[in-house]
Write a protein that binds this ligand. Structure first.
Ligand code: UT7
Length: 334
């Protein structure tokens, strides 16, 4: 079969996956106690029933360390073997030095290089591709890619149009070099800065430093043009998926599993329809985790792997969109 012949653009093996969700949960009914919303509205408009949120004092790096620990255990590796750490995240643990050093400290890494990758909710895909290129260049043997995000700390809990959509969580993968034909076969990572106004936090950076006035104006919270994003999302992910499949020399029918960013069930359903994909092959867990941003794809991947559903040689398409607007699709052979 043609799909077995083409060698990987970025050869790699996903040796382990892991995920972590905080213990504290909020149901739609919980939200309806302090917001003008309802379980019915949230379920029918988004597909979400439940989200996990960090408890006071917990931080994103702890979630990342827990997810990474599970991925390393599955891979049968110790943290000491990691020689590249990438943290996909949008709002860091602290502005300087970001999230990756905190993750590295939590994992007990001594000298491995680490960096944050910020590319909206598509950040995990960018980090995966970057790690794949790093391995391919011979600069590392074992890479750890972690998506960790805590939107509960940067949404306005009085804004029903945004806060109901998100949840906290982390997902991780351990990557190693591969000579067996597995790896990234097709890659379409894109950016459309004409859409950068659709999702942003305006204050707290250099453009608009934190001040009493910015806090008063609630500019440290996530602002979103939901309808504009919704309209753009399906087209962006569909185009990137077609392009990545074409680069891989595959048709959409060759794809065994599609793991879309879990932003809204209606977006996932529209994408499924637009691409003519069989529903049972599109992974959905948004009902239980909501939108966990950079963690959404590795959490869904980990669930699929641990359910024993992914077999060697299968083709996976991971697709996402988010702030920037950054978006894209990675096609992998497992
Ligand atoms: O990682 C990427 C991050 N973001 C996204 O992917 C978001 C993409 N966009 C969406 O998922 C959808 O646009 C939303 C779920 C955000 C909104 O759904 P919608 O069908 O586009 O609703 P809408 O914004 O048109 O709002 C319809 C109504 C409005 O009331 P009026 O103006 O019709 O009276 C809203 O005020 O629903 C109201 N509304 C709510 N009502 C109850 C908005 N949020 C809520 C809420 N509960 N939580």
């Amino acid at each position: 079969m043609a799909r077995r012949k083409r060698s990987a653009l970025l050869p790699l093996r996903i040796a382990g996956t892991g995920a972590f969700l905080p213990a504290k949960t909020l149901t739609n009914e919980d939200l309806a106690r302090f917001l003008d919303t309802s379980d019915e509205w949230i379920r029918t408009r988004t597909g979400i029933r439940l989200r996990h949120v960090l408890a006071e004092g917990e931080v994103p790096a702890q979630m990342g360390v827990a997810a990474a620990g599970r991925a390393l255990a599955m891979a049968g590796k110790s943290a000491a073997e990691v020689d590249l750490l990438l943290a996909a995240t949008n709002v860091p643990e602290e502005p300087i030095p970001g999230t990756a050093p905190h993750l590295a400290a939590g994992l007990g890494l001594k000298k491995a290089p680490f960096l944050d990758v910020t590319a909206g909710c598509a950040g995990f895909l960018y980090a995966l591709a970057l790690a794949g290129a790093w391995l391919r260049a011979g600069l590392a043997r074992t890479a750890l890619v972690v998506g960790t995000e805590a939107p509960s700390r940067f949404v306005d809990w009085s804004d029903r149009a945004t806060c109901v959509l998100f949840g906290d969580g982390a997902g991780a993968v351990v990557l190693e070099r591969s000579a067996g034909g597995s790896g990234i076969l097709g890659l379409a990572l894109r950016g459309d800065p004409a859409k950068l106004h659709l999702l942003r936090i305006e204050a707290g950076g250099v453009r608009l430093p934190a001040s009493g006035a910015t806090v008063q104006a609630k500019k440290h919270y996530l602002q979103m043009e939901g309808k504009g994003l919704f309209r753009a999302a399906v087209g962006m992910m569909a185009e990137a998926t077609r392009a990545a499949a074409a680069q891989a020399g595959l048709s959409l029918q060759d794809i065994d599993w599609v793991i879309p960013h879990q932003a809204n069930l209606r977006i996932i359903e529209a994408l499924t329809k637009r691409l003519g994909l069989p529903e049972g092959r599109v992974v959905v867990n948004i009902d239980r985790v909501a939108n966990t941003s950079t963690a959404s794809i590795p959490i869904a991947l980990d669930e699929l792997v641990r359910a024993g559903k992914v077999e060697g040689g299968q083709i996976l398409a991971l697709t996402a969109f988010g702030a920037g607007a950054s978006y894209g699709t990675v096609i992998l052979r497992w």
